[in-house]
Design a protein around this ligand. Sequence first.
Ligand SMILES: Nc1ncnc2c1ncn2[C@@H]1O[C@H](COP(=O)(O)OP(=O)(O)O)[C@@H](O)[C@H]1O
Ligand SMILES: [Mg+2]
Length: 271
Amino acid sequence: MTSPRKLSPQEEARLAQVRKQFQERKAISDQLGRIKNRIGVYSGKGGVGKTTVAVNLAVMLAQEGANVAIFDCDIDCPNVTRVLRISESPRHDDEGRFHPSSRFGVKVMSMSFFQEKEDEAIIWRGPMIHNAINQFLQMTEWGDLDYMIVDLPPGTSDAPLTVMQTLNLDGFVVVTTPQELAALDAKRSINMIKKMNLNVFGVVENMSGGIFGTGAGEELADEMSLPFLGKVTMREVYVDPQQPAVLESGEVADEFSEIALKVRQLAQSAV
Ligand SMILES: Nc1ncnc2c1ncn2[C@@H]1O[C@H](COP(=O)(O)OP(=O)(O)O)[C@@H](O)[C@H]1O
Ligand SMILES: [Mg+2]
């Protein structure tokens, strides 16, 4: 029998790199394996209420007894921590792992924890986003989760695409407002998700009622043959609340418990 040839320094280095990549991938898949459902909240348009829906849906699911985390992946405008009024960064242990802060029963991880100043502009390209998300996934001790709600960046460009691909989401809640233009953008978002062979759970109409009326969300869902998940009425309680609106108003809680029920059923059948 011949003894194994000694590896050259280059080969050793290459092998070490492959091993490292393998360990990184394993760390990520171990982390993701402990999360039963990963759900994206998304729309092509900014300002339609993605963050509002993501936060209130997460808090509602937690109120119902689920283990929930919210992962703020809106790299350019990470607002989840502001809405939840969290200022402390996640705890960092000796092994370099992050332990996310918890608020209103929801664990929170956000790109904003690593921003120097709240109003700092962040310009990320796809590969950087991919790396940052992978690093977050490797380093964060989420524990066992029933749901990870992901607040996505708007648009149909590099940033949301990268997040979708990297996190391998089980399904999406698409948010629209009753305005025609928002519904058109939402339609584009749905088409993009479908093109990537990912699953759309359904449509939420936010800012229902008031001057823009109501109904565009349901119409859009019908047109795209998707479930309509529910309406979230335009209300004053969302303006500068001390806590998420579902905890402030029984009417808001009713609206979100209907949405949460459908999301739970759809998530169950998706896995
Ligand atoms: N149903 C609603 N009624 C009243 N104001 C709302 C409602 N939903 C969202 N808002 C407000 O609209 C603004 C944009 O919502 P946000 O969730 O930040 O949108 P996005 O994340 O899509 O950019 C916020 O100031 C939010 O408080
Ligand atoms: Mg937002």
